[in-house]
Design a protein around this ligand. Structure first.
Ligand SMILES: Cc1cc2nc3c(=O)[nH]c(=O)nc-3n(C[C@H](O)[C@H](O)[C@H](O)COP(=O)(O)OP(=O)(O)OC[C@H]3O[C@@H](n4cnc5c(N)ncnc54)[C@H](O)[C@@H]3O)c2cc1C
Length: 300
C-alpha cells in the first residue's frame, strides 16, 4: 500500500486523498474512510492508476454516484477511484448518444428526450452515473438499460483501454458481467427517433409515479432487495410486517417497504442488521430468499 501511495503521490500530488470519509460520497450518507481515494480526469490517468494498483497488488473499487452501495463503518481498504468531470460529457450523433461513465443518468435521459430520441425514458428518476447504471443494468417500469446499449468503453484492471460491443457483454437483472472488471469510461446508446411532446409526457408521468411511491427526504439507496422472480420484494416485506421496523437510526420506510432510510446518523451495521432480519423473517414466513440489490462493500 505504501508503495502505491508513493507512486500515486508522485504523479497526482495532493489530489490523492488519504483516509477520506466515504459517507458524503453515498446517497445513504453512511460509510467509513477509504485508505486512498483519487479522482481521475482522463483515460490516461485512469490507466496509470489501475496499472499501478495492479502492480502493487492493492484492491481497487470504482465509486460512481454512490446511490446503490452500503459502505461498511470500517470503510474501504485499498484505492477508491472516482471518474471526474471530464468523464461526464454527453454527445449526440444522429440517433446515437455517447455518454461518459461519470455522466449523470438523469442528464442523459433529459438529453435524449430533448433530442427527440426514445429508449431511455424509463430511467427518469434513477439517480447515479451512467457507469454505475451500466454495471447495475439499472431498470424501472419494465425496461432496463441493456436494451439501449450499443457499445461500452472501459479500462481493465491491468490498465488497458478497450471498447466492447453489446454482444460481448452479459446482462442480467440488475447486473452486467463485464470482462476483466472494466472501469466503464463511456457508453454509446442506440436510440430511435420519437415524438418529443410524447416523450416529455411519458417522463412527467413516470416522475409522478415515483414521487407517489418513494420516500422523500431521508437518505437511502433505492430498493434494498431485488424482486424475486414473479414476486415483489416490497409486498413480501410488507406482508411479513417489516415496514417501519427499525435498528438504531435505520428503518424500513413507511412509504415503501423495500427502502431503508437513514433517519440521521445511522451506521452501516444498523442497515445490515435490518437487511439480515428481513431476509430471515421473509424466509421463515414465505420460504423466499431475498437477495440484496444494494451492494455491501468495504471491510465488515
Ligand atoms: C432514490 C433512489 C431510487 C432508485 N431507483 C432505482 C431504479 O428505479 N432502478 C434501479 O435500477 N436502481 C435504482 N436506484 C439504485 C441506483 O440509483 C442505481 O443502481 C444506479 O444505477 C447506481 O449508479 P451509481 O453511479 O450511483 O453507482 P454506485 O452506487 O456508485 O456503484 C454501484 C456499482 O457500480 C459500480 N460502478 C460505478 N461506476 C462504475 C464505473 N464507471 N465502472 C465500473 N463500475 C462502476 C460500483 O463499483 C458498484 O459496484 C435508486 C437509488 C436511489 C437512491
Amino acid at each position: 500500500m505504501e508503495n502505491l501511495e508513493r507512486e500515486l503521490r508522485a504523479r497526482f500530488g495532493s489530489r490523492l486523498k488519504l483516509n477520506q470519509p466515504l459517507a458524503p460520497h453515498t446517497s445513504f450518507r453512511i460509510g467509513g474512510p477509504a485508505d486512498l481515494m483519487l479522482t481521475v480526469e482522463s483515460e490516461g490517468e485512469l490507466c496509470a492508476a489501475l496499472d499501478a494498483a495492479h502492480r502493487h497488488r492493492v484492491p481497487v473499487f470504482c465509486l460512481g454516484g454512490g446511490t446503490n452501495v452500503l459502505v461498511s463503518d470500517r470503510g474501504m481498504r485499498g484505492l477508491v477511484l472516482k471518474l471526474g468531470p471530464a468523464f461526464a460529457r454527453i454527445e449526440i450523433d444522429g440517433a446515437r448518444i455517447r455518454a461518459g461513465g461519470a455522466a449523470i443518468f438523469r442528464a442523459l435521459v433529459l438529453t435524449a428526450v430533448e433530442a427527440g430520441l426514445t429508449g431511455l425514458e424509463f430511467a427518469e428518476g434513477i439517480p447515479g452515473t451512467v457507469g454505475g447504471g451500466l454495471l447495475m443494468n439499472a431498470g424501472a417500469f419494465g425496461s432496463e438499460m441493456s436494451a439501449a446499449v450499443a457499445t461500452v468503453r472501459g479500462v481493465s484492471r491491468t490498465g488497458l483501454s478497450k471498447t466492447l460491443r453489446k454482444d460481448q457483454l452479459r446482462f442480467n437483472y440488475r447486473h452486467a458481467a463485464l470482462p476483466e472488471e472494466l472501469v466503464i469510461t463511456a457508453v454509446e446508446f442506440a436510440l430511435e427517433p420519437g415524438d418529443k411532446a410524447a416523450l416529455r409526457a411519458r417522463v412527467a408521468e413516470l416522475k409522478a409515479k415515483r414521487a407517489a411511491r418513494q420516500p422523500a427526504g431521508a437518505p437511502n439507496a433505492g430498493s434494498v432487495f431485488k424482486n424475486p422472480p414473479g414476486l415483489f420484494a416490497a409486498r413480501l416485506l410488507e406482508g411479513c410486517g417489516l415496514k417501519n421496523q427499525r435498528s438504531g437510526m435505520a428503518a424500513f420506510s413507511e412509504r415503501h417497504a423495500n427502502f431503508i432510510v437513514n433517519l440521521g446518523g445511522a451506521k452501516a451495521a444498523d442497515v445490515r442488521t435490518l437487511i439480515e432480519k428481513a431476509q430471515a423473517t421473509v424466509r421463515a414466513q414465505t420460504g423466499v430468499q431475498l437477495e440484496p440489490e444494494v451492494k455491501l462493500v468495504g471491510e465488515w
